[in-house]
Design a protein around this ligand. Structure first.
Ligand code: MF3
Ligand code: CO
Length: 251
């Protein structure tokens, strides 16, 4: 296993890739409302990415057929956009998007409310987001990778939520998925030692019910086995000499 350390020039390009993806997510958030289809989101997102002069990195990745992963309610991740799937008031929708800027990848996910959602759904979204921030408290040079994993998992589980175990975060750079894998739950070992210049996509996937997931027959869409709601939050993060830099979030 080898984890790439980015040079100063590469970090500049990763930063730009992250900033542009943040813009895409901000526009997508404004676009989400009852009555649109999940395919409308994909088409809009792909246009945003291409209009910024970038390339969608998910499209055709291992055969994935869209630019934005759109996962509704009990869909955890990798939902396939469909013109017949119309968002309705009270849904939650996870949008996972990524792009390539001058050869460098960024990857980020957000879960949004569609119209008015239940207090329980809102809490799931908020805890999932906060679990990422609990994790990156440990994203510092000299720490070990699985300190991040343990902090994410402990926080989410303290609310009784199920932390998805079948999918993990990852290194990112000239490829969408690089070493290391980044689980969202405690490990028996402590993992690699973090170094400045590592870029990591940290992405908790948290279920309102049990952690178990299943795959639909499309071989992509991951759903909760108990049909409970699921939320996803992801940013591309740079390890530095001090505080981690969240490349896909500036405010
Ligand atoms: N954030 C997702 C991941 O890291 C990206 C979607 S993978 C794709 O797995 F295959 F759907 F593109
Ligand atoms: Co990712």
């Amino acid at each position: 296993m080898s984890v790439s350390i980015k040079t100063a020039r590469e970090i500049e390009l990763m930063r730009k890739a992250g900033q542009l993806l943040e813009q895409v997510h901000d526009e997508l958030e404004r676009f989400v409302r009852p009555g649109i289809s999940t395919l409308d989101i994909d088409h809009y997102g792909e246009k945003l990415i291409r209009d910024l002069g970038c390339v969608p990195n998910f499209l055709n990745y291992n055969g994935y057929p869209a630019s934005i992963c759109v996962s509704v309610n009990d869909e955890v991740v990798h939902g396939i956009p469909n013109k017949h799937h119309i968002l309705k008031d009270g849904d939650i929708v996870s949008l996972d998007a990524g792009l390539i800027y001058q050869g460098y990848h960024s990857d980020a996910a957000r879960t949004h409310a569609v119209g008015t959602i239940s207090a329980e759904a809102r809490k799931l979204i908020e805890v999932t987001r906060q679990s990422f921030f609990e994790g990156i408290k440990y994203a510092r040079a000299g720490n070990h990778l699985y300190e991040i994993s343990a902090a994410i998992g402990a926080y989410a589980e303290s609310f009784g939520y199920g932390v998805v175990r079948d999918l993990v975060g990852h290194g990112i750079g000239t490829h969408l998925h690089e070493d290391p894998q980044i689980p969202n739950f405690p490990q028996k070992r402590r993992g690699i030692r973090l170094q400045p210049g590592m870029t990591l996509a940290i992405e908790p996937m948290i279920n309102q019910g049990r952690a178990d997931v299943a795959w639909l027959d499309d071989d992509w869409t991951v759903v909760t086995e108990d049909e409970s709601l699921s939320a996803h939050y992801e940013n591309t993060v740079l390890i530095t000499d001090g505080e981690p830099e969240i490349l896909t979030l500036s405010r």
